[in-house]
Design a protein around this ligand. Sequence first.
Ligand code: ADP
Ligand code: ADP
Length: 225
Amino acid sequence: SHAVIIKKAVKKYGNFTALNGVDLEIQPGEFFTLLGPSGCGKTTLLRMIAGFNSVDGGEICFDDKVINNLEAHKRDIGMVFQNYAIFPHLTVAENVAYGLKAKKCPKDQIPGKVEEALELVQIGQLKDRKPNELSGGQQQRVALARAFVIEPGVLLMDEPLSNLDAKLRVQMRTAIKKLQRRLGITTIYVTHDQEEALAISDRIAVMKEGNIMQVGTPEAIYKKP
Ligand code: ADP
Ligand code: ADP
């Protein structure tokens, strides 16, 4: 896993400043959450780390390497994004296997890894279905399995549990956390849900209007009203 270091990151959409010089240092293996209301710049920052948004100022580094201009597919990342859909023409198992093939995983290891990943998110029985035969929550779990199975150095997740009911959301939260710990993947997680952020994170950055207001452990961030 990598350290993710963000130095004075700026993002502008026309003359609107979406990120106003963001500084963050995320440690290798850390579970780090960006928390804040809709429109504060969480997705923008995550898309910059993924390589989907250009960087208008500052630097994004993995360890000591500046990756501002590295193409998205060359970054050592797994991701669960709302607009990064699973492939509609592939089955659930094929979707999860896709990244393993791209990473040149030995062929004989692929079925076992795929099965394990699907079991972890409790959808082993759906492996031969196509995405259009799944609920929104089931599709989210396919996306989670696909991101984890490649054991990336950095995992980026944008509201990955938003389509799940309350019970499953808590179960998947626990599954994500366990897997992240076991694999030691540096994880950057986006949510607007304070309760979720407090439950899952090692540290939380609270964002507002393109700025980081506060960074700390859940204990430090949480204050009784
Ligand atoms: P969040 O993820 O916290 O909801 P976003 O990063 O999606 O926030 O958006 C931050 C701000 O930037 C919002 O005001 C949003 O409308 C604006 N924005 C995001 N993407 C674009 C874009 N491609 N073009 C113009 N404005 C954008
Ligand atoms: P760039 O690579 O120039 O930084 P982005 O990747 O940030 O561009 O944005 C790509 C496109 O996504 C934008 O040009 C816009 O059309 C669209 N887009 C995404 N989110 C939004 C939004 N919230 N508001 C408006 N447009 C958006």
